[in-house]
Design a protein around this ligand. Structure first.
Ligand SMILES: N[C@@H](CCC(=O)N[C@@H](CS)C(=O)NCC(=O)O)C(=O)O
Length: 204
């Protein structure tokens, strides 16, 4: 199996961390792909051109973070799986909440990558407000024990905050959010986290 990723992508980082956490390095080769590039090695497998993309032995390509995690989870015994099931609704809610914030941050960051005259102040204001709102909810989640298990919600949260820390520094996510900051800082020594730190982006 082959997992296509991009080093700066917070979505594909979740799946890269999962490969390490689930001890699947022998079964899943991880390959970097360029994005928004007509010559990308990814396009013959995934016409959408997004990462993460997981190519199975028969060529079937699973795309989008959650289906990729489902596939990786299926390779290990049930007790080791990362995605929370319906029996853990709070964890499932937190996972969805983190992915929702990731989507918003991705939109905000994309606006900032445009030349200044092409940026939409309305979109930026909306996404900045959304990010504050969700980060405050996640802070409450972290403070009330929602992220105590090392599950997909936890890895997604670490990836999201890592993206903000390294590539979306305009968002002061740590401010007045001590539970999130403590969780993130403590996570850094975990091998799957330390081995997948995204490169620093331009200051924005
Ligand atoms: N909803 C997707 C989002 C994946 C995504 O947006 N990936 C970005 C990198 S962070 C990408 O591949 N972008 C390339 C493009 O938009 O062409 C998921 O859950 O995996």
């Amino acid at each position: 199996m082959k997992l296509f990723h991009a080093p700066g992508s917070p979505y594909s980082r979740i799946t890269r961390m999962a490969v390490i956490e689930l001890d699947l390095q022998d079964r899943v080769a991880v390959e970097e792909a360029t994005l928004r590039d007509p010559a990308s090695v990814l396009l013959p497998f995934n016409p959408v051109g997004r990462v993460p993309s997981l190519v199975l032995a028969d060529g079937t390509t699973i795309t989008e973070t959650t289906p990729v995690l489902m596939m990786l989870d299926a390779l290990v015994p049930p007790e080791r799986r990362l995605l929370p099931g319906a029996d853990r609704p709070r964890a499932l809610a937190a996972y969805g909440r983190v992915l929702g914030m990731m989507d918003g941050i991705a939109v905000w960051n994309r606006e900032l990558r445009r030349p200044e005259h092409e940026r939409s102040p309305g979109v930026i204001a909306l996404e900045a407000l959304r990010a504050v709102r969700v980060a405050d909810a996640l802070e409450r989640d972290a403070a009330t024990g929602v992220f105590t298990q090392r599950d997909a919600a936890w890895f997604a949260l670490v990836s999201l905050l890592g993206y903000c820390e390294r590539r979306h520094t305009i968002f002061a996510w740590r401010l007045a959010r001590p539970a999130l900051a403590a969780l993130f800082d403590a996570a850094q020594s975990r091998p799957s986290v330390a081995q997948t730190v995204p490169p620093a982006g331009p200051a924005r």
